[in-house]
Design a binder for this molecule. Structure first.
Ligand code: UD1
Length: 375
């Protein structure tokens, strides 16, 4: 019998910030499954790189533990700083790893500074890049993530997309259609896997907040939380919702810093808004699953609420994930107090329902790996 051959000898998988970890986990699980099922001679090596963009236990290590991600092979300890400092530090350290490991492929996910830094480094060393979650566009170049997306996509060799709008965006920007693969959403692989785990352990409805009506809020985007006036407007709109239900607000470190600097703590505490530390993945998943409503400026949460069927108000002027508006439970409500309150009043009259987008079925990582191994 003819042995199967694959040309992929070594790949590096990069994660750096909180939203990356749920995207690399299913890829690692799929790789492990493949390696154990392929004849040893045709196997390939892989290494996990943690850039250290997020470094607090609550923003990083707890996710590795819960999502069953092995200890990274390299921790680059990049830390915080200005965009230039952070990106440059990651590039310098990642270049050393690439020169030592000589991979034939680097896999990057999402749109954070680590995504850009590592893809740029790899390309300059003539290493192929696979970008997972390619093609999403907010058309807002004041968002650092939009710059990261455009540049990463322009130099990637494999563009794995979560929704069809991303294909149109990439084609419009001149990408070769042979490089684009509509595979679904790895973030949803993780969501369904973890949800199933929690269901088997019979803990999907156990929560300190069981039986309580509540909304979950997350805010971390500089455009919302670095500007005192804007941040206050958003908080004021939350106090209107807080008259009907408790607001549970797990707070990102950037947001917490600003809450303290702007002196908002007392206002928050006296208005039925409960601040929580950043939560581990499963705890957050359960909180969202049992919520009446979610208000967020995150990207991934728009997708997670769509799959869980929970109404979501996106506190932004745009979204790079339009399928969550067209099919899912997401509403783009803007950042202005009156607009958020108006959306809330409408939601009270007509609840929001949606459908799950195509290929968001928990099998995306397997599809990605099958494509990479065929090339
Ligand atoms: C980054 C991503 C953003 C993503 C978000 C999720 C970019 C450009 N932005 O934004 O797309 O939605 O992660 O969380 O990559 N800090 C800590 N502890 C940490 C990490 C950060 O205290 O573990 C603080 C630091 O003061 C830092 C600030 O948070 O200056 C911002 O961190 P940074 O990684 O620069 O960007 P995020 O706002 O987290």
């Amino acid at each position: 019998m003819k042995k199967k051959t694959n040309h992929l000898k070594k790949l590096l998988l990069v994660g750096g910030a909180r939203p990356n970890f749920m995207k690399i986990a299913p890829i690692i699980h799929a790789i492990k499954k493949r390696i154990s099922s392929i004849h040893k001679k045709t196997s390939f090596d892989y290494k996990i790189i943690h850039t250290g963009q997020h470094y607090d236990y609550e923003m990083s290590k707890v996710f590795f533990e819960e999502l069953e991600i092995p200890e990274p092979d390299y921790f680059l300890n990049a830390g915080s700083g200005s965009h230039a400092q952070q990106t440059a530090r990651i590039m310098i350290k990642f270049e050393t790893v690439c020169l030592k490991e000589k991979p034939d492929l680097v896999i990057v996910v999402g749109d954070v500074n680590s995504t850009l830094a590592c893809s740029l480094t790899a390309k300059k060393l003539a290493i192929k890049i696979a970008h997972i979650e390619a093609g999403l566009r907010s058309r807002d170049k004041s968002m650092p993530e939009e710059i990261n997306r455009i540049i990463t996509d322009a130099i990637s060799d494999f563009l794995f997309v979560t929704e069809k709008s991303a294909i149109d965006n990439l084609i419009r920007e001149g990408c070769d259609s042979n490089k684009i693969f509509f595979v679904g959403n790895v973030m949803i692989d993780t969501l369904l896997y973890q949800l199933n785990k929690l269901e088997q352990q019979n803990i999907t409805s156990s929560s300190k907040y069981k039986g309580v009506d509540y909304a979950v809020v997350t805010l971390h985007r500089p455009s919302n939380v670095d500007d005192k006036k804007k941040f206050k407007q958003i908080l004021e709109s939350l106090t209107v919702i807080a008259k009907d239900m408790t607001i549970l607000f797990p707070v990102h470190p950037r947001t917490m810093q600003n809450i303290k600097i702007f002196g908002f703590l007392e206002y928050i505490n006296s208005n039925n808004i409960e601040l929580l530390s950043p939560l581990p993945y499963n705890e957050f998943l359960l909180l969202v699953k049992n919520a009446q409503l979610v208000l967020t400026d995150s990207g991934g949460i728009q997708e997670e609420t769509t799959v869980l069927g929970i109404p979501c108000f996106t506190i932004r002027k745009n979204t790079e994930r339009p399928v969550t508006l067209q099919l899912g439970t997401n509403k783009l409500v803007g950042t202005n107090k009156a607009a958020i309150i108006k959306a809330y009043k409408e939601y009270k009259k007509n609840s929001i329902t949606g459908k799950i987008p195509e290929l968001w079925d928990g099998k995306t990582a397997d599809r990605i790996l099958a494509i990479l191994l065929k090339k």
